[in-house]
Design a protein around this ligand. Structure first.
Ligand code: PEP
Length: 250
């Protein structure tokens, strides 16, 4: 009996290709009792998804620009802009694709976490090692460092609005799911870090999600692990039925 309500989150990334498809996907999303279902659509679809999605499905933004609240920042979307959208509760911070393709470094990620919290959002913070780091056996160190840098200045009270997602880079979009027992060990190590940095209450209440090629065939095994409190799903969140199957894990 974990005190932590499970989270099943869907990161749509740069999908689907049209707003009509985004609306159709939003309309097909199902809420599940006792679980927090969250989706992260592309920002340009947030308004339409907010209008169409089940009210018990929470919404988040995949990224935010924290350089300024408004002004000459072509292409950027600010925290006040997200705040003005209906139903947006989360901001995704530190996703490996943002780190590798858009040069989001630890400082940028820390600033996004800080901005999200100050603006009243919850931050879903992604951390995780590369394949090379995994093979070198430095997973725990990499995760601890990413966690420490992103959470620098975040108070114990503010940790109520942080969800951590452990996403091994080698498992994202590759079909290679991290074995449940391996993921459990990393989650336990992350929780231990939170215990050392904050206290037991923060460590025991913080939701730590697993992400990386999650699909219906692996969800039950993952969710049986004591320190895995949910999942962040990429590809498999683009089909409402598949995502619904994941959200209805046993
Ligand atoms: C992700 O985008 O966070 C992710 C885990 O993707 P996928 O499920 O497709 O591996």
């Amino acid at each position: 009996s974990s005190p932590r309500a499970p989270v099943v989150a869907g990161n749509w990334k740069m999908n689907p290709s049209t707003s009509a498809e985004a609306v159709a996907l939003a309309e097909a999303l199902e809420a599940v009792d006792g679980r927090e279902v969250v989706v992260f659509p592309p920002t340009c679809y947030l308004d339409a998804v907010a209008t169409k999605a089940n009210k018990n499905v929470a919404l988040g933004a995949q990224d935010v620009c924290v350089l300024a609240e408004s002004g000459a920042y072509t292409g950027a979307v600010s925290l006040p802009m997200l705040k003005s959208m209906p139903r947006v509760d989360y901001v995704l911070c530190g996703h490996s694709e943002r780190r590798s393709l858009f040069s989001d470094d630890d400082d940028a990620i820390r600033a996004k976490v800080r901005g999200a919290l100050d603006a009243g959002f919850a931050a879903m913070l992604c951390i995780g090692e590369t394949q090379q780091e995994y093979e070198l056996g430095v997973t725990d160190d990499v995760c601890a460092l990413q966690l420490a840098k992103a959470l620098e200045g975040v108070t114990a009270a503010e940790m109520a609005n942080i969800v951590v997602a452990y996403e091994p880079v080698w498992a994202i979009g590759t079909g290679l799911v991290c074995p449940a027992d391996v993921a459990q060990r990393v989650h336990s190590s992350i929780r231990q870090r939170l215990r050392a940095t904050y206290d037991s209450s923060v460590a025991d209440s913080c939701r730590i999600l697993y992400g990386g090629s999650v699909n219906p065939s692996v969800i039950d095994g993952l969710m049986r692990q004591s320190d895995i409190d949910g999942v962040l799903v990429g590809g498999a969140s683009l089909d409402a039925a598949t995502f619904g199957q994941i959200a209805s894990f046993h």
